[in-house]
Each structure stands twice: as structure tokens, then as C-alpha cells.
Design a protein around this ligand. Sequence first.
Ligand code: DGI
Ligand code: FE
Ligand code: FE
Length: 411
Amino acid sequence: MKKIGILGGTFDPIHKAHLAMALAAKEQYALDEVWMMPDREPPHKFNESLTTAGDRLAMVKLAVRSFDGLVASDYELRRTGMTYTSDTLTQLHQEYPDVQWFFIIGGDSLMHMQNWVHPEIIYQYAEILYIARSSDAAIYRAHAEELMKTFPGSVFHEVKMDLYPVSSSMIRASVLEGERDPERLHILPEVYQYIREHRLYQESGKEMDEILSQKNLLKLEKEMRDVLPFKRYRHSLGVADTAACLAFVHGADEKKARLAGILHDCAKYLSDEELLKICRKNQIAVTKNEEKKPDLLHAKVGAHLANTIYGVTDREVLSAIRYHTTGRPEMSLLEKIIFVADYIEPTRKDLPNFNMIRRTAFTDLDTAVFMEAQGTLEYLKEKSAAIDPATTETFVYYSKKAKMPKAKKKE
Ligand code: DGI
Ligand code: FE
Ligand code: FE
């Protein structure tokens, strides 16, 4: 008799812990195959925006390709009506009378199994393989023995495995935050490739294309012309174009750079009271220093308005606007580009080390960030203005990254 294990799950997306479970069960119980079986949208999850069944199955197919004996199964997806495990196993038993079935579950599922629909039918048609890491094994074993007493004829086996500290929801959140390393996401590179190509777990591609379309960028430029004084409007265009050029040179997305540039000072001409009021209303944290110098808030509030009024949902763009005044340690490429473009754009009046920073920006962005932070600190000291801790942190962090010990004071 052929021995086949079933590992059900949403697989949104399939990750290395799923694969490790399947492989551990297969090896420890000499299974011929393990069928990875994506389930249909479970009723309790109807609220979550679930990836389509087609995408989830496609990722499972990609993932199992490199493992002998692992099979992507669309058995549950093809079925109509409710998909209870008891129904699935009943049908499988009828369709494949010469297969011995095993049903693979995590240890935490084992603890709830008595509440499933018709567990006795599940036990009738399959032996249960539950995954247990050594620290929890005793609890699970006791529960399994309990179940074997309650359901005569049921069979439970323990699969030894160290659990991966990973879940699909963690992966979705990390992808949304911009994590691009399949290793750190605990998924196979081919699955990551699929996620990228199909823009899963990201802002919808269509939405993004619309926001970054030439038409929309020009429309936003017009809106800035209406809300900003002419010089500030002209400055914003200068930042947008400079940022786009820096993006060309340093390999960032030039449309996102333009978008962030156009909008970065959209809150610049709100009064101190208005800035503080918007922060209070929207639970935007205001630091002590920002209370004293509310103009600094035009960056945070600018990001807020970009999101709520101008429809920007892209996190990279929003955070480039958010940090454009003070910078911060470990800035993203786009953050650095906007931070520097704001300083060097062609209509900006002369600033310390201007030409050198302008030249450096196109060859060595980190050093340009350092020189700008240094220039800003000098300017603030001259004016005896309160220095925001973020500005100092940016200076300290990028002084270590900069390719030269110190910028010259005057050119
Ligand atoms: O909005 P922009 O004028 O284009 O440029 P920006 O967003 O860099 O803002 C520049 C202003 O912010 C300028 O007046 C200096 C001020 N500033 C920058 N960093 C600090 C700061 N002010 C204080 N008090 N502390 C800082 O660390
Ligand atoms: Fe600004
Ligand atoms: Fe600016």
C-alpha cells in the first residue's frame, strides 16, 4: 500500500517551516509522498484579503519542485461546498482505496482537534502525524493519548522537528515593509520571485501605476502650484527633478523620487498651530523639540497629507517625505535622495560647501548626506537654534559612512 501524507494549509505564502514539516513527516514515517493541499478560503478568514487560490497553489507548485515526493495538490481547491477535512478524507478514501493516508498537523492544531467537524471520520481514514518540538512533546503526547482513548481506533504519531520561528502573516508583513531577501523571509527564492512578479502582499500594482503615472505627477505639480507660494513651488519642482536625476545615477525608482520631491514640502506653509492641530487630531507623535520648533513638523505632516489628501500609499515615498528635514541613521536609498535633493536643487540659495555637496551627491550619496548634516548643524549653531536629536544622529551615523574625515569649511 502506498503511504501518502496530507499537509493542508492556507499557504499564503508557503514557507520553509511548511516544507520542513512535510519532509520530517515523510522521512520519519517512510511516506511515499506528501501532498501539500492549499485549502479554500476558510469561513473564519473571510475578512482578510486572502491571496487568490490560484496564486497560493502556484507558489506551492514552485516550492515542491525541488523536493522528491512532495506534491502540490489542488484536491481541496477543486471541491465544491464546504471543505472539511472529514469530507476530504472520505472522498480520498473512496477515490484511492489502495492508499494508506496520513494527516499531518502542527502540535497546536492537535490540541484543538476534538473540536473539528467529525474528528471520528478523520481518524477512521487517516493516521495523525503531529509535529512536536522537544520542549512541547510531553504535553502533546498526553493529549494524543487522551484522544486515542476518547476515539477508539484512532492512531497518533509524533513527528520530531524543531519549529521554525516563522509564520505566513509575518512574511506578508515583512514583504509589505520591503524585505527582499528570501533567506530572511524564510521562503524559497522561486516563491519570492513569484511574489515579486505578481506583486503579492504589496500595494496593488494598479494603484501604484496610477499614482506614478506621468499624468498624475503633472496633476500633483499643478496642485502644489496652487497651494504653495511660487518660490516654494519652484523649489519643489527643483527637488523633484534633482531627485529623479539622483535616482538615475544611484539606481532608485525615478518616478517615486519625483513623486516624493513634488510633495515633500506640501505642509510647509501651514502655520505652527495648524501643524500641531493636525498632529493632535491624527495621533502623530510630537517631540519636545518639535513643540518648540513646530516648523520641523512639516515633514511628518507632509507625509500624512501625501497619504490622506494626495493618495500616496507607497511606504518608501511616505518615509522619504517623513525624514526629509532631519534625516535619520540607516536611511533608505530614496530617503537619502530626497534628503540631499532638498539641499542641492538648483534654485536653493547658496549654502556652505554647496558645490562640493552637489558634485559629491552624484558619486557618493552617503558622503553627501554627511556633508549636508554637517552644514545644517553649523547653520543651526550660528543661529543658536535648538538642534533636533535626529539631525545629530544623522550626522554621527553618516560621519562614519563618509569617505572623508571632514568636509572643508569653505570652498
Ligand atoms: O523645507 P525646506 O526649507 O526645503 O528644507 P528642510 O525641510 O530641510 O527644512 C529646513 C529648515 O529646517 C531650516 O530652517 C533649518 C531647519 N532645521 C533642519 N534641521 C533642524 C532644523 N531646525 C532645528 N531647530 N533643528 C534641526 O535639527
Ligand atoms: Fe522641507
Ligand atoms: Fe524642501
